[in-house]
Design a protein around this ligand. Sequence first.
Ligand SMILES: [Zn+2]
Length: 246
Amino acid sequence: MKYISAQAIITRVREFGESDLMVTFFTQDAGRLRGVAKGALRSRRRFVNCLDIFSLVNLEYSPARNSDLHFLHSGKLIEAFPGLRSNYSILSKAAYMVELTEILFPWELPDRGIFEILVKSMHMLDSGGMPDLIAHSFEFTAMSHGGFKINLEKCCRCGRAYTGEGTAVFRPEKGAIACMKCHQITALSPKLSPEAIKFIKMLYDDPSSIFDRPAVDDRVLSEIKPVLRLHREYHLGREPKTASCM
Ligand SMILES: [Zn+2]
């Protein structure tokens, strides 16, 4: 039988039976998959250091017949991201990004773009760079790839185009902005300044741009926080368990 070889991020690992491990992994071309690593608890030889959560690995696997399960045959560690485990705050951001990915992308639904951004975000967190900014940027990109892009082009009520000037109001139930003539700023409709809107647009246009220049004004960061929280609450149906760090 021909094995499939693919890069993957390990997202969950648990003991399964006497000597096996049940592994959930997210791949570039096949999305999120579940596999059994037979005998992995007894002999780690085929999977040296590579069945740890968050690790980027190259896995060889094959699908099981009549099941959505896969058999993992071997693995090779590409990157362990030790920096993610050195600090609780960074670790919780990584856990949050992984959980959000699981919620937004069902089993076996590939999204090359989000895989690439997840790997880059892990690299950035691993090197200690701006955890809040990286996690929030990932969130905008993941939500947008998952079908929840915020409409920043025009006021969702009067239809007036947003030209990049003036403060707007975020309307979570619409997933869009409104102009200040049409809607007031409230706790449930927070403001978005032109700088914050420009930042979100930049991420939508090129999610990788944040890795070239990982900096943003603190005011922008504090504006996007409630926007993302409300956006999640309205569209995900449930708050991710790991969201308390956000
Ligand atoms: Zn309006």
